[in-house]
Design a protein around this ligand. Structure first.
Ligand SMILES: [Mg+2]
Length: 306
């Protein structure tokens, strides 16, 4: 590989070309190129911080997925977490551990960064720093994100109360057919919903409905009943079902990486694209009601450590 300094020079040149990015993010006083980035912070804003990594062979396959899409995915996973908390992204820092054996490692690094940068720019999130290294192991990309509350109190997973409706912002299942790389984080929708004051808990659907609903219920100390017939099923789930003969509903419940929002609300939410799929209960069980019968909904979605 050309040296790390060549890459840093390239990244700085990119930043210079896109000086408008920095101007737009007026909060960035010093971006890429110094020892640390410097951000101006409004003292009324809460700072929200998160980190997410993607691994070759786990979240993508370097031999089949374009590097720009991999970069886009890791940035958008962080932006989706901003949506889940109803905050506004401000800036991100990225690390890339490059595989030494890759035949075009410099190009790989550049395309990853372009993917990350373009995904962030769409939501006014500027990459303000990072680190690269290469090693004799698969590609690992990590992005840490900084967000601000921007006059809306962050929505956590812990506020769901018995009687609240449970909603999703889009159809679920079958994301492995491509949506896991091309989804759009629901930041504007999350902010609009949070502004109503009716949203009590929220999460983005990364691990799958059955598991992510469990995260809300355990954080809130409640249970839930989900109406199977109400769950919006994505056409991808049906297409996948044709191949693997697993029911589309099971794909919708368990596949994960939908990156829609799952939220609870104390008032009815009637809005195009948003579907009520159940109700929060005081009994801490999570039930699936299908054909008038209740069964325990097991969390079969994505587990990070097996
Ligand atoms: Mg999340």
């Amino acid at each position: 590989m050309a040296g790390e300094f060549d890459l840093i020079r390239w990244i700085k040149a990119q930043s210079a070309v896109d000086a408008g990015d920095v101007a737009r993010a007026a909060q960035v006083q010093t971006g890429i190129g110094d020892d640390l980035a410097v951000l101006q912070w409004n003292c009324d804003d809460l700072l929200l911080v998160g980190v997410d990594q993607v691994l070759d062979g786990v979240h993508f396959h370097i031999d089949t997925h374009a590097p720009e899409l991999i970069g886009r995915k890791v940035m958008n996973r962080n932006l989706s977490d901003c949506a889940a908390m109803a905050c506004l992204p401000v800036a991100a820092v990225a690390t890339v551990a490059l595989p030494q054996h890759h035949p075009q490692v410099m190009q790989l690094a550049q395309q990853l960064l372009i993917g990350m940068k373009q995904a962030g720019a769409k939501y006014d999130c500027v990459i303000v720093g990072g680190d690269t290294a290469s090693w004799a192991a698969p590609l690992v990309v990590t992005v840490s994100i900084l967000g601000r509350s921007g006059d809306i109190a962050p929505i956590t997973r812990a506020g769901a109360r018995p009687g609240d409706g449970i909603y999703t912002t889009g159809p679920l299942g079958g994301s492995i057919l491509g949506r896991h790389l091309t989804f759009e984080p629901r930041i504007a929708l999350a902010r609009q919903l949070a502004q109503t004051g009716a949203i009590t808990a929220m999460i983005d659907l990364s691990d799958g409905l059955s598991r992510d609903l469990g995260h809300i219920c355990s954080a809130s100390g409640v249970g839930a009943i989900i109406e199977a017939e109400q769950i919006p099923i994505h056409p991808d789930a049906c297409q996948l079902s044709d191949r693997d003969h697993m029911a589309p509903l099971d794909h919708a419940l368990n596949d994960g990486e939908d990156y829609e929002l799952l939220f609870t609300a104390s008032q009815p939410v009637v809005q195009s694209g948003i579907t009520r799929i159940g109700t929060i209960t005081a009994d801490r069980q999570i039930l699936l009601r299908r054909n008038g019968q209740n069964t325990l909904l097991k969390p079969l979605g994505w587990q990070h450590i097996l």
